[in-house]
Design a protein around this ligand. Sequence first.
Ligand code: GAP
Length: 491
Amino acid sequence: MAKENPTENNLFKNIVSHAKEYGFVFPSSEIYDGLQAVYDYGQNGVELKNNIKNVWWKTMTQLNDNVVGVDAAIFMHPTTWKASGHVDGFSDPMIDNKDSKKRYRADQLIEGKAEELEAAGKKAEADALVKKLARLLEADDLKGVQELIINEKIVCPISGTSNWTEVRQFNLMFSTQIGSVAEEADLIYLRPETAQGIFVNFLNVQKTGRMKIPFGIAQIGKAFRNEIVARQFTFRMREFEQMEMQFFIRPGTEMEWYEKWKETRLKWHKAIGLTADKLKFHDHEKLAHYANAAVDIEYQFPFGFKEIEGIHSRTDFDLGNHEKFSKKKQQYFDNDINKNYVPYVVETSAGADRVFLAVLCNAYTEETVGEGEDKKQRVYLKLHPALAPVKAAVLPIIKKDGLPEKARKIYDDLKLDMRVIYEEKDTIGKRYTRQDLIGTPFCIAVDHQSLEDDTVTIRHRDTTQQERVSIAELKQKIRREVSYKRIFEKI
Ligand code: GAP
């Protein structure tokens, strides 16, 4: 496997600890020692994640006049997954090391080796290895994949040996049973992608919404995959959330829409505050069973560039197969060309949890401030104000002289519009630090002058600069900064 940079590795460890310590992400059922690759969002995490999902939802359904939403069930008729190809084709090639008894994704072992080669300046060799892997997977040549692992002298990071089993395909879908009597119950799957809930509702939405092609259907919801190699915190989970949009188009126009959605989605990630230099496209070497073109948007996490969203040209694969399996026409009559056809689809598929993790990593800032003896480390989350879990904290500088009453009035007024916190315990400095750690963009300090001239100070999180503003204009000022409009203006 590729070696990780120790400094970046430490940085990621700090981010993971921060997420837990400040109520963003907790291991699931932690009192029972947790459940591998399953996580819960805490009081701040859920606000941040909801903001990400809301911005995505509104971007799709509010800024595009031809995209509408649905909320389909997690359980679907089992034939859905036959038609979609997931029963037969949704698997990862796994290999076990006989000495350590550890299981790995065979493709990831080889990709790790390619990353090592590239890091050692052997880019051509690395590219050739990735291409070889793609060819073997394309041909479903699992023996060839095993030979490649052995020939490349790839060893298990635990045992250090190359005593490998053969490579086997492992289906990633979770199954359970539906029905009241076990013997009569039907096997059913937890959906591995939300997209199929959109495909099976294509005609319902098109007809009831009088939608004209090109149009899109968006959805946010849970998806489940039995990931064998779960690593890197919430990056690869067994239960996660997707934000997917299927854009239905006339056949032959797919490359034009594919390019358009690629650019639009990259812009969105920049608009929510992800650093432009840390985002890039990565074309797929191996296409999924449904795609004729596919690209990932990758973010540079402390553990390297990794996928946060996929854009796929899915042709008429899904609707065509649903037509075949359900024996119900999935066609659209295009008035403009006087023709019936099964629409093609370009899909944008982002992981809410991966975007969350990218936003968290991007925001986590360690800075050294002060000089000489006063030198200390300052940690804060430089979140886009529109995504921050708490928009402002209202803080009377002392707990007497009528300051708490004055501050409460400001708090009661602001809370009608946004999520705010009122705090009077501890020194003002400690309270500022607590807000920095959860990324609150504005702290409003109420002091004796406030009683005299109805002004307060606003302290800005990133610069720690303070400005005096009148209480009358406070709400308007903060509301403008934390509005989703700030993001929409950049898309
Ligand atoms: N409908 C297409 C689809 O599901 P995908 O590339 O398998 O495509 C789309 O997944 C996105 O879902 C990924 O870019 C990623 O952000 C997220 N995702 C996939 N598997 C995940 C996992 N195990 N944990 C967290 N997010 C995941």
